[in-house]
Design a protein around this ligand. Structure first.
Ligand code: PMP
Length: 428
């Protein structure tokens, strides 16, 4: 069977099922790690921006593979290998559904990698290395995660390309006028997160991509913080490359996705050499397999891929609009809870935000606030959130970051609010 045909047929029917009505208690019942005590308190998990907790369906998928049809993929003629291969390709289909990609190129355009970081390094080391020339310019925002910054710095050192940075204001909103001024005939790549992990700003990616395309640049979108909140239409977004990590969207660690337009992935050429990525190998030289195998050298993270597919199917089984309104409600409540604490200040107040509340409490260190929250069973992140340049621009060394997922509820927000009040009282 051709995978391309299968992808085309299923792409507008995520999971082939109708989404169930959203019921947060029912969602929570499917995520075992939520139901534990931490430091003598029921867990309130608000560190979803760092990684997500895992639904039972995902855990079952891992066990199904490791405990059942465990075999290597692609080369096997035996039944278990065929089953494992089909399961991996089914996971590719789940990704295609999630990214709204369909049609004959869909299979070729979805590359399994280790995560967002690897996806961006792949682009920098292949497309960046082979297509960009000395003096070409890469435009990124000054708010990016280090993984959407450092690979280009390394590329700049190797290839003499030039990095340009889009500034942002005190609210965490990018300066689009400055961005327009940065774009020009030398701009070859614009790389931007869909959602900022440090501040939660949802950037106007479609508008920014259109501006980039108008000067002939290619657009890479870091979707690490967007994919966990629902399906993404990569083409409507104007992405040419789109990267995300499995572990942030309810899947395993060590697996992620690079989606890229076929022509660009072809221009990028191979990256790692080894098994599975060759069409034929000889001692004198080798030729390359078609996409996506060309970019998937070696035994892939089979269980991870299968688990990621199960995680995306789980997420797709809920109504996207209901998830969005549930998370928007929690975001507003979480923001209000922080603002109600004397001396606390939300950092990042863009009008369009997703799932993240970064904040500081006057006269306290973020790590101390985080530790006191942990002692009350509330898990948050503290520090620079791998966005040191952004923190520096804001005049901060770090923040406390509470970040939401669809399984959080009003009780989580109430418990967080109470724990934060107590922490702030104790520290001041
Ligand atoms: N980009 C963003 C916006 C992120 O939030 C993260 C993870 N914090 C990454 C990239 C890197 O993801 P990973 O470590 O899974 O490769």
């Amino acid at each position: 069977m051709s995978h391309a045909v299968a992808l085309g047929a299923a792409a507008h029917r995520p999971g082939g099922r109708r989404a169930a009505a959203f019921d947060v208690a029912a969602v929570r019942a499917t995520v075992p790690a939520l139901h534990q005590q931490v430091n003598g308190h029921p867990l309130v998990y608000l560190d979803n921006g760092a990684t997500s907790l895992k639904p039972q369906a995902m855990l079952d998928a891992l066990l199904g593979y490791y405990g059942g049809y465990c075999a290597n993929v692609h080369r096997g003629v035996h039944a278990l290998s065929v089953q494992a291969t089909l399961a991996c390709e089914d996971a590719r289909l789940a990704v295609a559904d999630h990214l709204h990609v369909a049609g004959p190129d869909a299979e070729a355009e979805i590359v399994f990698v280790r995560g967002t970081t690897e996806a961006i390094n792949l682009v920098a080391s292949t497309y960046g290395e082979r297509v960009l020339a000395p003096g070409d310019e890469i435009v990124i925002s000054a708010l990016e995660h280090h993984s959407n910054l450092v690979p280009y710095q390394m590329l700049a050192a190797r290839r003499g390309v030039v990095l340009r940075f889009i500034p942002f204001d005190a609210k965490g909103v990018l300066d689009l006028a400055a961005y327009r001024g940065l774009l020009g005939p030398k701009t070859r790549l614009v790389a931007i997160a869909e959602v900022s992990n440090a501040l939660g700003t949802r950037h106007p990616v479609a508008e920014m991509a259109a501006m980039a395309h108008a000067v002939g640049a290619v657009v890479l979108v870091d979707g690490a913080q967007a994919v966990p909140h629902g399906r993404v239409d990569v083409r409507a977004l104007g992405a040419d490359f789109y990267a995300f990590s499995g572990h942030k969207c309810f899947g395993p660690t060590g697996v992620g996705v690079l989606w890229g337009r076929r022509a660009l992935l072809e221009a990028a050429g191979p990256w790692h050499g080894g098994g599975d990525m060759i069409r034929s190998a000889a001692l004198e030289g080798s030729t390359w397999a078609d996409l996506p195998a060309r970019l998937e050298a070696g035994t892939p993270h089979i269980a991870g891929i299968i688990g990621l597919g199960a995680a995306l199917r789980w997420l797709q089984s809920f109504d996207a609009a209901e998830i969005a309104s549930h998370e928007a409600h929690l975001l507003a409540a979480l923001t209000a809870a922080v603002e109600a604490v004397p001396g606390a200040r939300v950092v990042g107040t863009a009008p369009d935000k997703a799932a993240v509340v970064s904040f500081v409490v006057d006269g306290t260190h973020p790590a101390d606030v985080g530790t006191l929250l942990d002692q009350q069973g509330v898990a948050v992140r503290t520090g620079h959130h791998c966005a040191e340049p952004a923190m520096r621009a804001l005049g901060l060394t770090g923040t406390v970051r509470a970040s939401l997922a669809l399984y959080n509820n009003d009780d989580d927000v109430a418990r967080f609010a109470e724990a934060l009040r107590r922490a702030a009282r104790l520290l001041r």
